[in-house]
Design a binder for this molecule. Structure first.
Ligand SMILES: [Mn+2]
Length: 310
């Protein structure tokens, strides 16, 4: 019997999650000469994803509310806490990701994880390796996702491979100045004026299960930190509410200044002192600025896990 296979990224989808689902579905359908693979999202896409899909004339994937009883390929994540609802009743057939492995399953499945800056880097390389044509719009999509996830190559997660792939995709996408284009994307990303505080917190937010409890870690990447000065009190109050209502040990929001390459942390926690220690900053009124921290997965999560996951 014919059954669709949904390719889906993490909750509160970012550009790389959405772009990886679209790119991988297209790759699989072409390679296997089928239309069984369907890109999907867990919930609405963010502003920069909308901008990029519009720019490159691509459709927004369908929303899959519940993954139970579906065949699923997970992209851009492999932790159940970040996966779509119903995932424990789904049939997971494959994982393609660039985050640390935190996955257990009762079947042998294909797992493709590489320590590169974006899931779309893994995919772009697969297109090149398998001689599958990348059209202009798809090249633009994958390029945008790599620029987004690597913070225009400034993030410590950016690998040499990412830079090589950016150069290749730039030609195919017809983007003349990728640095300028990247900044244009980040200006859209950091315009949060129309967002209420909870939307700012949850815009790029991931759950982590550590031995000490559940942590929620959100990030906002901005070209101008001062935009947030007047909002910090409101953000902290909304974070406290989230902590109480959703039973978090800690809620951490870090505002990354991509020009100056550092982050301001707002912290609401049962153990603020320990988080401050873990991050190596001075905590004053629930906040601290740390120069050089730009990446959740490569810096913030390992530092916190070292203290709270032992
Ligand atoms: Mn990613």
């Amino acid at each position: 019997m014919f059954q669709k296979i949904y390719i889906i990224g993490h909750k509160s989808p970012d550009l790389d999650s959405v772009a990886a689902a679209i790119s991988y579905a297209n790759f699989k359908n072409k390679q296997e000469n089928t239309d069984a693979y369907v890109p999907a999202i867990t919930e609405d896409i963010n502003q920069v994803t909308k901008f990029v899909l519009d720019k490159f004339n691509l459709e927004t994937p369908e929303i899959l509310q519940n993954a139970s009883n579906k065949k699923i390929i997970l992209v851009d994540h492999n932790e159940f806490s970040q996966a779509p609802e119903g995932i424990s009743q789904a049939e997971i057939i494959e994982i393609l990701d660039h985050h640390k492995l935190n996955f257990k399953y009762d079947q042998p499945i294909t797992v493709n994880i590489k320590p590169w800056g974006a899931a779309c880097s893994i995919l772009a390389q697969m297109y090149f390796d398998n001689n599958i044509k990348i059209d202009k719009n798809l090249a633009g999509l994958m390029l945008s996702a790599i620029l987004d996830d690597t913070v225009i190559t400034k993030s410590p997660t950016c690998a040499d491979k990412d830079k090589e792939l950016i150069e290749k995709l730039v030609c195919l996408a017809g983007v003349s100045d990728w640095q300028a284009y990247g900044l244009e994307m980040f200006k859209i990303k950091s315009s949060v004026k129309d967002f209420i505080d909870l939307e700012v917190i949850k815009n790029d937010f991931k759950d982590f299960e550590f031995k000490a409890g559940k942590f929620g870690i959100g990030q906002v990447e901005t070209v101008d930190l001062s935009e947030f000065d007047a909002r910090e009190q409101g953000l902290l109050e909304a974070m406290e509410k989230t902590q109480r209502q959703e039973n978090y040990h800690s809620v951490v929001l870090f505002l990354t200044d991509i020009i100056n390459e550092g982050s301001r942390f707002l912290i609401v926690s049962d153990d603020e002192e320990k988080i401050r220690e873990a991050l190596g900053g001075e905590l004053k009124n629930n906040k601290t600025y740390i120069q050089g921290i730009m990446s959740r997965k490569k810096q913030v999560v390992p530092l916190i896990a070292k203290v709270f996951d032992k």
